[in-house]
Design a binder for this molecule. Structure first.
Ligand SMILES: [Mg+2]
Length: 329
């Protein structure tokens, strides 16, 4: 508890590290109990919360700036997949006792860089000490023109299935970090490791998704399982050709060395790509908009009537996943 005439340690910590990030006028420099925003005219607010926990979603020894950016970016990725533009975020931090000034300074630096990169200032939040692992909870606020948030529901038979970027790098990076021995170049190793450490959310693709996709979600828990969720909510089936799913050179090298890791690549987590369905009449427009946005997209399959998202192997038979996506429970 602070005495009446002096600021508390928490107040000082907020003033030093976090107030400079609260650049939105409605955040009131983090001096008030709450913040306020005026939604852009004609828009709806899009809300998302996601937390990352030391020892679960990142290694406690990882650079604090990278940890901060991962916490922000997993939320930014969800907004991107909904076609939304970020407005800002709330941050709740639970810090073990051994987290000190140097860590917080790096952490705030990471947030500052991404606030500029993605246009998402800090609106407010909360800081506590915890006897447990470090926990970083972000609640992100975004906006879309009213009625245009792209949902998981909405895919129709005949729609084409697209995925951005490449899939599997992050989970293969984690497998390597845990000690898998595969002959790779240093550059390939680096590529996979960095994809695990730091997501590259596809916010540049948000508008293309909003204008063209019938359904969309981000790939955070593995392509196979996540896309199956989209199909379930849309009440459709789908056939995806595994050979058309984009893999990086590094991921291809890993799969060449150990072919069963293809299943890991398709069902592992932390891709932070976007999987979406696009009506055939809009496919050319989607491709052009993605190219204009500088985000590679690949057509990987087609929505069909029925149930279940099947991933077909080279022999045309459905692949069988031990576990189609990551689950915390
Ligand atoms: Mg998501």
């Amino acid at each position: 508890m602070a005495s009446h005439d002096e600021t508390s340690a928490e107040d000082r910590l907020i003033a030093r590290h976090f107030a400079p990030l609260a650049t939105h006028p409605g955040a009131l420099g983090l001096t008030d109990d709450a913040a306020f925003i005026t939604p852009p005219p004609g828009s709806e607010i899009v809300l998302k919360a996601d937390a990352i926990i030391g020892g679960v979603h990142f290694f406690p020894e990882d650079d604090a700036a990278t940890v901060a950016q991962k916490a922000l970016r997993v939320n930014l990725s969800d907004l991107a997949s909904k076609g939304a533009t970020p407005l800002g975020y709330l941050l709740s931090l639970a810090l073990p006792k051994d987290i000190g000034e140097a860590w917080l300074a790096r952490f705030a630096q990471g947030l500052r860089e991404d606030a500029e990169r993605y246009g998402c200032p800090l609106f407010g939040g909360d800081t506590d000490r915890t006897p447990g692992p470090i926990t970083i909870s972000i609640a992100m606020v975004g906006s879309v023109p009213a009625g245009t948030m792209v949902r998981r529901a909405g895919a129709k038979p005949g729609d084409l299935v697209f995925v951005s970027g490449s899939v599997g790098d992050s989970t293969l990076g984690l497998v390597l970090r845990k000690g898998l021995d595969v002959p790779l170049s240093e550059a390939q190793r680096q590529h996979l490791a960095s994809r695990y450490l730091l997501p590259q959310p596809r916010n540049a693709l948000a508008e293309a998704v909003r204008m063209h996709a019938s359904a969309s979600m981000d790939v955070s828990d593995g392509l196979a399982g996540d896309f199956a969720k989209l199909c379930r909510v849309s009440q459709v089936g789908a056939e995806v050709e595994a050979a058309r799913v984009p893999l990086s050179d590094a991921a291809r090298a890993v799969v060449a060395a150990d072919p069963k890791l293809l299943l890991t690549a398709l069902s592992g987590g932390d891709d932070y790509e976007i999987v979406c369905t696009v009506p055939p009449t809009k496919a050319a427009g989607f491709r052009a908009a993605a190219e204009a946005a500088g985000v590679p997209v690949s057509e990987i399959g087609r929505v069909i009537a029925g149930q279940g998202a099947r991933f077909l192997g080279a022999d045309g038979q459905p692949l069988v996943f031990e576990r189609a996506s990551f689950s915390h429970f």
